[in-house]
Every structure is written in structure tokens, then in C-alpha cells.
Design a protein around this ligand. Sequence first.
Ligand code: URA
Length: 209
Amino acid sequence: MSKVVVMDHPLIQHKLTMLRDINTGSKDFRDLVKEISMLMAYEMTRELPLEDAEIETPLCTMTSKTLAGKKLGIIPILRAGLGMVDGVLQLIPAAKVGHIGLYRDPETLQPVEYYCKLPSDVPERELFVLDPMLATGGSANAAIQFIKDRGGVNIRLVSLIAAPEGVDAVHKAHPDVDIYVAAMDEKLNDHAYIVPGLGDAGDRLFGTK
Ligand code: URA
């Protein structure tokens, strides 16, 4: 079974409180999402493997550490996931960025993919799916499945806030996917919003209502 990592670093928690506040406007909201995502990138890459590299400093040669293994890829789920991209790229600028867009079919209620562009070497990459609000888990599960259908194997999910229902749904559908969150909230309401949450992440990022 995969794990859920709640990143309780004081800076992340402080910024998350400002993010949740109804009085935080779009510009500050965008800046905070970027800053929190950057701090989360630091934590979520903590277990990446290292290997030795021989280098020369101005004083002598030495054996030092460098990232080993697979290259990285980040895949925001449109549209709110876009808000997390710049923060993550600030720490891992060489990561390739894929995009997945989904909508919910009003009749079947199933997520339907309307856009998907992934790095061509997706099977060879460590992938981080960015979905700020893990609510029912429907979009995250569908996005992860689309990535697996295209050969993705090493997949982690990164969300700012999760509801227990969403975590359970992802665990059930994709037990191989670790989940990284800044907060585990209480529940979903009748409209599938996370409570206490922060409202609609996409609307708050882009100033739409
Ligand atoms: N998506 C959001 O933006 N907010 C929620 O609370 C749930 C899903």
C-alpha cells in the first residue's frame, strides 16, 4: 500500500493558513500556491536516489553526490494544477511538464479526457501529478490511469489539501501511488467541496467565479 505524507513544515502550514483565508485575493493566492508548491517539491523529492560523482573543486578532486536514476516529470491537472507548476519548476527546472485536461460527463458523471500531452519518454520518468484539491479523487484517479495507459509507472500525487474520501479513492484505485499533501482536511460537503478547504482553487487562482 502506498503512503500519505502530510508535510507539516511550519512554513508550509503558515502559508496554507493565508491561502485558505477568504480575504486573500488572487494575486496573493497565486504567489502562495507557488511558494507552497516549491516547499512541497523540496519534501517530495527527499527520497530520490543519489549516486557518486567525481568532481574537481578549486582545491582538489572529490567524490560528491548527484541525483541518480530517472529523470523527472510534472503533470498538472488542468486548470488548478497549473498554479503549482512554477513553484515545482523553481526547484527542479530540468523536469519536463505534461498536461492533462479532464471534464466530468454530465450524464455518466465519468471523467473524460479533453487534453493530454505528456513527455514522449514518460515510462522512463519519475512523475509528479499536481492536483491542488484532492476531493473525491475522481480527476486524480482518471489522470493517473491516463498516464499509466501511456506507459507511466513511477507516479506520485501532490495536492495542497486532501479530503479523506479522496485519499481512500486513490489508495483503492492506485495502491502504487504515494500521495503528498500539505493538509488532510475533515470531509467533503454535499457539493464535493473540501471542508474547511479553501473554496474553488481554480477560481481563486484565476479570479473567475
Ligand atoms: N476542487 C476545488 O477547487 N475545491 C474543492 O474544495 C474541491 C475540489
